[in-house]
Write a new protein. Sequence first.
Length: 189
Amino acid sequence: MSIDEPGLSSGEIAALARRLNRPIVLVGMMGAGKSTVGRKLAQMLDLPFCDADEEIEKAAQLTITEIFDRFGEGYFRGGERRVMARLMEEGRGVIATGGGAFCQDETRRLILEKGVAIWLDSDVDTLVERVGRKDTRPLLRDGDPHEIIGRLRTEREPHYSQAHLHIVSGPGPHQNTVSRILEALDQWL
Ligand code: S3P
């Protein structure tokens, strides 16, 4: 999005929010910007925002790292599946998912059936740069983040590519990504 592309007006965004009859679900790799972009998007559409990882932490009364450390990834995935089922049942607003959620068959089916799935996609360098800002991702602790992210992105792409919309979340400001999502939704709905 450049300065020549003004994007949707506030009236058009309000009209878009009225046409939305299902939750917007952001999927994609760690570091794609799902939580930050989701928050901004929800704010612009005047809709509630929910971060699935935070919901898992609330339900478990533990951080994601603590869940992985004490019970392992399999246990975390079980909690993730249950939380996603509840959020899709509640069916409101904008939901940011954890990077692995859309790769679970049951969760992906639910999201595709009840929501509009948006794949936020970034190249590996951008993802690595962004995840480097936080130290809260257990999958990145044991090894070279560039190698792990590159491998997971390749493995997961067949799942992510089933999302209804594919939006590139480039290295620039997240607001550009939000504007692209609003335009893509406006055309898709
Ligand atoms: C994971 C991504 C994380 C979190 C967990 C596992 C993954 O969420 O759910 O550490 O499997 O890619 P973010 O995508 O918000 O970092």
